[in-house]
Design a protein around this ligand. Structure first.
Ligand code: NAP
Length: 235
Protein backbone atom coordinates (compact mmCIF):
# COMPACT_ATOMS: atom_id res chain seq x y z
CA UNK A 1 0.00 0.00 0.00
CA UNK A 2 1.36 3.44 -0.97
CA UNK A 3 0.62 6.42 1.26
CA UNK A 4 0.78 9.88 -0.26
CA UNK A 5 0.55 13.41 1.12
CA UNK A 6 -0.36 16.31 -1.16
CA UNK A 7 -0.02 19.83 0.23
CA UNK A 8 -2.69 22.34 -0.80
CA UNK A 9 -4.94 19.54 -2.05
CA UNK A 10 -8.30 21.05 -1.13
CA UNK A 11 -8.67 22.48 -4.65
CA UNK A 12 -7.01 23.03 -8.02
CA UNK A 13 -4.17 20.82 -9.23
CA UNK A 14 -3.64 19.29 -5.79
CA UNK A 15 -7.27 18.13 -5.59
CA UNK A 16 -7.15 16.61 -9.09
CA UNK A 17 -3.83 14.90 -8.29
CA UNK A 18 -5.42 13.41 -5.17
CA UNK A 19 -8.38 12.13 -7.21
CA UNK A 20 -6.09 10.42 -9.71
CA UNK A 21 -3.74 8.90 -7.13
CA UNK A 22 -6.67 7.49 -5.17
CA UNK A 23 -7.93 5.94 -8.42
CA UNK A 24 -4.41 4.45 -8.82
CA UNK A 25 -4.74 2.82 -5.38
CA UNK A 26 -2.85 5.27 -3.15
CA UNK A 27 -4.00 6.15 0.34
CA UNK A 28 -4.00 9.94 0.10
CA UNK A 29 -3.73 12.65 2.73
CA UNK A 30 -5.26 15.90 1.57
CA UNK A 31 -3.16 18.65 3.14
CA UNK A 32 -5.12 21.84 3.73
CA UNK A 33 -4.43 24.95 5.79
CA UNK A 34 -8.15 25.21 6.57
CA UNK A 35 -9.74 22.33 8.49
CA UNK A 36 -13.20 22.78 6.95
CA UNK A 37 -11.98 22.99 3.34
CA UNK A 38 -9.70 20.02 3.92
CA UNK A 39 -12.41 17.87 5.45
CA UNK A 40 -14.86 18.68 2.66
CA UNK A 41 -12.31 17.85 -0.04
CA UNK A 42 -11.28 14.62 1.70
CA UNK A 43 -14.92 13.55 1.99
CA UNK A 44 -15.52 14.21 -1.71
CA UNK A 45 -12.38 12.27 -2.64
CA UNK A 46 -12.44 9.41 -0.18
CA UNK A 47 -9.14 10.66 1.21
CA UNK A 48 -7.80 11.44 4.68
CA UNK A 49 -7.62 15.09 5.72
CA UNK A 50 -4.62 16.58 7.47
CA UNK A 51 -4.40 20.17 8.65
CA UNK A 52 -1.20 21.59 7.18
CA UNK A 53 -0.19 25.22 6.65
CA UNK A 54 3.17 25.12 4.85
CA UNK A 55 4.15 28.51 6.34
CA UNK A 56 3.73 27.33 9.94
CA UNK A 57 6.37 25.18 11.68
CA UNK A 58 3.98 23.91 14.37
CA UNK A 59 1.30 22.98 11.84
CA UNK A 60 3.78 21.05 9.68
CA UNK A 61 5.29 19.28 12.71
CA UNK A 62 1.82 18.24 13.93
CA UNK A 63 0.91 16.95 10.47
CA UNK A 64 4.12 14.88 10.30
CA UNK A 65 3.40 13.44 13.74
CA UNK A 66 -0.15 12.49 12.75
CA UNK A 67 0.93 10.84 9.48
CA UNK A 68 3.75 9.01 11.26
CA UNK A 69 1.35 7.72 13.94
CA UNK A 70 -0.94 6.41 11.18
CA UNK A 71 1.88 4.37 9.61
CA UNK A 72 4.23 6.60 7.62
CA UNK A 73 4.62 8.10 4.16
CA UNK A 74 5.87 6.95 0.74
CA UNK A 75 5.08 9.88 -1.56
CA UNK A 76 5.14 13.62 -0.86
CA UNK A 77 3.73 16.09 -3.38
CA UNK A 78 4.83 19.63 -2.56
CA UNK A 79 1.98 21.33 -4.40
CA UNK A 80 0.80 24.24 -2.21
CA UNK A 81 1.71 27.51 -3.87
CA UNK A 82 0.68 31.10 -4.47
CA UNK A 83 1.37 33.46 -7.34
CA UNK A 84 1.36 36.55 -5.14
CA UNK A 85 -0.56 39.65 -6.19
CA UNK A 86 -0.39 43.36 -5.53
CA UNK A 87 -3.34 45.07 -3.79
CA UNK A 88 -4.76 45.97 -7.23
CA UNK A 89 -4.58 42.33 -8.33
CA UNK A 90 -1.60 42.54 -10.67
CA UNK A 91 1.38 40.19 -10.68
CA UNK A 92 4.40 41.33 -8.65
CA UNK A 93 6.63 42.80 -11.37
CA UNK A 94 9.96 44.56 -10.99
CA UNK A 95 8.36 47.95 -10.20
CA UNK A 96 6.17 46.47 -7.45
CA UNK A 97 8.82 44.18 -5.98
CA UNK A 98 9.65 44.75 -2.33
CA UNK A 99 11.48 42.55 0.13
CA UNK A 100 8.22 42.02 2.04
CA UNK A 101 6.33 40.85 -1.04
CA UNK A 102 9.21 38.59 -2.01
CA UNK A 103 9.37 37.18 1.54
CA UNK A 104 5.63 36.42 1.61
CA UNK A 105 5.83 34.54 -1.66
CA UNK A 106 8.98 32.65 -0.69
CA UNK A 107 7.45 31.75 2.69
CA UNK A 108 4.88 29.58 0.89
CA UNK A 109 6.54 28.53 -2.37
CA UNK A 110 10.12 27.98 -1.16
CA UNK A 111 10.38 27.86 2.63
CA UNK A 112 7.11 25.89 2.61
CA UNK A 113 8.73 23.21 0.44
CA UNK A 114 11.78 23.13 2.72
CA UNK A 115 9.69 23.07 5.90
CA UNK A 116 7.47 20.20 4.70
CA UNK A 117 10.30 18.20 3.11
CA UNK A 118 12.45 18.52 6.23
CA UNK A 119 9.59 17.40 8.49
CA UNK A 120 8.59 14.41 6.34
CA UNK A 121 12.07 13.24 5.27
CA UNK A 122 12.49 10.90 8.25
CA UNK A 123 9.19 9.21 7.32
CA UNK A 124 10.06 9.06 3.62
CA UNK A 125 13.48 7.56 4.33
CA UNK A 126 11.76 4.66 6.11
CA UNK A 127 9.73 3.91 2.95
CA UNK A 128 10.94 1.17 0.58
CA UNK A 129 10.31 3.46 -2.42
CA UNK A 130 10.20 7.12 -1.37
CA UNK A 131 9.11 9.71 -3.94
CA UNK A 132 8.86 13.51 -3.82
CA UNK A 133 7.25 15.67 -6.48
CA UNK A 134 7.90 19.39 -6.31
CA UNK A 135 5.30 21.34 -8.25
CA UNK A 136 7.41 23.99 -9.94
CA UNK A 137 6.47 25.96 -13.09
CA UNK A 138 7.79 26.61 -16.57
CA UNK A 139 8.41 30.11 -15.19
CA UNK A 140 11.17 28.51 -13.09
CA UNK A 141 13.13 27.71 -16.25
CA UNK A 142 15.94 30.25 -16.76
CA UNK A 143 16.22 28.98 -20.36
CA UNK A 144 12.56 29.72 -21.05
CA UNK A 145 12.37 33.04 -19.21
CA UNK A 146 15.29 34.27 -21.35
CA UNK A 147 13.93 32.92 -24.67
CA UNK A 148 12.73 36.10 -26.40
CA UNK A 149 9.43 35.88 -28.25
CA UNK A 150 7.85 33.22 -26.00
CA UNK A 151 4.95 33.63 -23.50
CA UNK A 152 7.34 32.67 -20.68
CA UNK A 153 9.71 35.52 -21.68
CA UNK A 154 6.78 37.96 -21.70
CA UNK A 155 5.60 37.11 -18.13
CA UNK A 156 6.26 40.29 -16.11
CA UNK A 157 6.26 38.80 -12.59
CA UNK A 158 9.53 38.58 -10.66
CA UNK A 159 8.86 37.02 -7.27
CA UNK A 160 6.91 33.99 -8.54
CA UNK A 161 9.45 32.87 -11.19
CA UNK A 162 12.27 33.46 -8.69
CA UNK A 163 10.48 31.19 -6.19
CA UNK A 164 10.18 28.40 -8.76
CA UNK A 165 13.86 28.70 -9.76
CA UNK A 166 14.59 28.13 -6.06
CA UNK A 167 12.28 25.08 -6.03
CA UNK A 168 14.21 23.68 -9.00
CA UNK A 169 17.53 24.16 -7.19
CA UNK A 170 16.15 22.50 -4.05
CA UNK A 171 15.08 19.54 -6.18
CA UNK A 172 18.52 19.06 -7.71
CA UNK A 173 20.39 19.36 -4.44
CA UNK A 174 18.02 17.12 -2.46
CA UNK A 175 18.32 14.53 -5.25
CA UNK A 176 22.10 14.48 -4.91
CA UNK A 177 21.97 14.37 -1.11
CA UNK A 178 19.40 11.56 -0.94
CA UNK A 179 20.00 9.10 -3.80
CA UNK A 180 17.50 6.64 -2.29
CA UNK A 181 14.78 9.25 -2.98
CA UNK A 182 13.12 9.89 -6.39
CA UNK A 183 12.64 13.65 -6.32
CA UNK A 184 11.67 15.69 -9.35
CA UNK A 185 10.32 19.12 -10.26
CA UNK A 186 7.35 19.36 -12.59
CA UNK A 187 5.69 22.03 -14.73
CA UNK A 188 1.93 21.41 -14.99
CA UNK A 189 1.44 24.01 -17.74
CA UNK A 190 -0.89 27.02 -17.76
CA UNK A 191 -3.97 25.56 -16.06
CA UNK A 192 -7.32 27.14 -15.17
CA UNK A 193 -7.32 27.37 -11.34
CA UNK A 194 -7.92 30.05 -8.72
CA UNK A 195 -4.17 30.79 -8.82
CA UNK A 196 -4.62 32.63 -12.13
CA UNK A 197 -8.30 33.60 -11.82
CA UNK A 198 -9.12 30.58 -13.99
CA UNK A 199 -7.46 32.18 -17.04
CA UNK A 200 -5.30 29.10 -17.68
CA UNK A 201 -5.74 27.39 -21.03
CA UNK A 202 -5.51 23.79 -19.78
CA UNK A 203 -7.97 21.80 -17.66
CA UNK A 204 -6.88 20.55 -14.21
CA UNK A 205 -7.00 17.02 -15.69
CA UNK A 206 -4.33 18.05 -18.22
CA UNK A 207 -2.32 20.03 -15.67
CA UNK A 208 -2.24 17.23 -13.10
CA UNK A 209 -0.97 14.69 -15.67
CA UNK A 210 2.78 15.19 -15.05
CA UNK A 211 2.31 15.55 -11.27
CA UNK A 212 0.52 12.19 -11.18
CA UNK A 213 3.03 10.54 -13.50
CA UNK A 214 5.99 11.61 -11.37
CA UNK A 215 4.18 10.59 -8.16
CA UNK A 216 3.79 7.07 -9.61
CA UNK A 217 7.43 6.44 -10.60
CA UNK A 218 9.20 3.47 -9.09
CA UNK A 219 12.72 3.13 -7.65
CA UNK A 220 14.15 2.91 -11.21
CA UNK A 221 12.55 6.23 -12.21
CA UNK A 222 14.41 9.51 -12.75
CA UNK A 223 15.56 11.78 -9.94
CA UNK A 224 16.80 15.37 -9.88
CA UNK A 225 14.91 16.13 -13.09
CA UNK A 226 12.50 18.79 -14.36
CA UNK A 227 9.61 17.65 -16.53
CA UNK A 228 6.38 18.64 -18.16
CA UNK A 229 3.90 16.26 -19.80
CA UNK A 230 6.02 16.23 -22.98
CA UNK A 231 9.29 15.27 -21.26
CA UNK A 232 12.40 16.90 -19.73
CA UNK A 233 12.58 20.71 -19.61
CA UNK A 234 15.62 22.98 -19.88
CA UNK A 235 16.60 24.44 -16.50
P1 NAP B 1 -4.86 26.89 -6.51
O1 NAP B 1 -6.07 26.30 -7.15
O2 NAP B 1 -4.87 28.30 -6.05
O3 NAP B 1 -4.44 25.91 -5.32
C1 NAP B 1 -3.38 26.23 -4.46
C2 NAP B 1 -3.49 25.36 -3.24
O4 NAP B 1 -2.40 25.72 -2.35
C3 NAP B 1 -4.78 25.60 -2.45
O5 NAP B 1 -5.22 24.38 -1.90
C4 NAP B 1 -4.33 26.55 -1.36
O6 NAP B 1 -5.13 26.48 -0.19
C5 NAP B 1 -2.96 25.96 -1.09
N1 NAP B 1 -2.13 26.85 -0.25
C6 NAP B 1 -1.78 28.13 -0.45
N2 NAP B 1 -1.05 28.58 0.58
C7 NAP B 1 -0.94 27.54 1.45
C8 NAP B 1 -0.33 27.38 2.71
N3 NAP B 1 0.32 28.39 3.32
N4 NAP B 1 -0.41 26.18 3.33
C9 NAP B 1 -1.07 25.15 2.75
N5 NAP B 1 -1.71 25.26 1.57
C10 NAP B 1 -1.63 26.44 0.93
O7 NAP B 1 -3.60 26.81 -7.50
P2 NAP B 1 -3.02 25.65 -8.44
O8 NAP B 1 -2.91 26.23 -9.79
O9 NAP B 1 -3.73 24.38 -8.24
O10 NAP B 1 -1.52 25.57 -7.86
C11 NAP B 1 -0.91 24.37 -7.41
C12 NAP B 1 0.57 24.44 -7.72
O11 NAP B 1 0.77 24.45 -9.12
C13 NAP B 1 1.28 25.71 -7.19
O12 NAP B 1 2.52 25.35 -6.64
C14 NAP B 1 1.48 26.53 -8.46
O13 NAP B 1 2.58 27.42 -8.34
C15 NAP B 1 1.70 25.46 -9.48
N6 NAP B 1 1.50 25.85 -10.87
C16 NAP B 1 0.27 26.23 -11.30
C17 NAP B 1 0.10 26.57 -12.63
C18 NAP B 1 -1.24 27.00 -13.17
O14 NAP B 1 -1.30 27.45 -14.32
N7 NAP B 1 -2.32 26.88 -12.42
C19 NAP B 1 1.18 26.54 -13.52
C20 NAP B 1 2.42 26.14 -13.06
C21 NAP B 1 2.56 25.79 -11.73
P3 NAP B 1 -6.34 27.54 0.10
O15 NAP B 1 -7.54 26.98 -0.59
O16 NAP B 1 -6.44 27.50 1.59
O17 NAP B 1 -5.92 28.87 -0.44
Amino acid sequence: MTTTLITGANKGLGFETARRLIAAGHTVYVGSRDAGRGRLAAERLGARAVLLDVTDDASVAAAAKAVEADGGLDVLVNNAGIEGRTESGGVIGAAELTADRMRTLFETNVFGVVRVTHAFLPLLRRSAAPVVVNVSSGLGSMARVTAAGTPTYAYPGVAYPASKVAVNMLTVQYAKAFPELRINAVEPGFTATDLNGNTGTQSVEEGAEIIVRMALIGPDGPTGGYFDAEGPLPW
